[in-house]
Design a protein around this ligand. Structure first.
Ligand code: HEC
Length: 123
């Protein structure tokens, strides 16, 4: 229950943070259309949990070092979800998932203070 409420709260504040993160990541953008699509989709679908800075963030920040050599694991994760993350196999095309992974492979690893994660049980 508490978690659902937190996510709903995040959904309300997300547009503000989405705009901020767009600015922050614009330098990492590439010319490739797929990557632009990936970034847009990521910001729409994922950043509500994965990008919001600070202790209220629900999920780990995703970045290139997490993706390196783990694309297929990441793809499975995005398609099927987990106990705490919804699966997107009905909402996204495989090409969209690939585009998001391509985009994530350009996102620099955050500094320690940006990357602090509360309550994640990943790895
Ligand atoms: C409702 C919140 C939520 C949304 C929306 C969400 N995720 Fe997640 N995601 C999580 C959580 C929480 C984890 C941490 C692992 C766990 O607890 O299962 C996670 C983990 C992951 C991982 C695994 C990270 C690792 O270390 O291997 C990937 C990849 C991922 N998410 C990608 C995405 C992508 C791409 C999207 C958008 C299509 C997305 N997530 C949307 C909550 C979310």
């Amino acid at each position: 229950m508490l978690r659902i409420r937190t996510v709903l709260m995040l959904l309300v504040v997300a547009p503000t943070f989405g705009a901020a993160s767009q600015q922050a990541t614009s330098s990492a953008a590439s010319d490739s259309e797929a990557m632009k699509t990936g970034r847009r989709l990521y910001e729409q679908r994922c950043s509500v949990c994965h990008t919001i800075p600070g202790p209220r963030r629900y999920a780990p920040i995703l970045h290139q070092e997490l993706m390196k050599g783990r694309e297929s694991a990441a793809r499975q994760y995005i398609m099927n979800g987990s106990r705490r993350m919804p699966g997107f196999k009905h909402a996204l095309q495989p090409a969209d998932v690939d585009a998001m992974i391509e985009y994530l492979k350009t996102v620099p690893k955050p500094s320690d203070t940006d990357g602090d994660v509360l309550g994640t049980d990943v790895e």
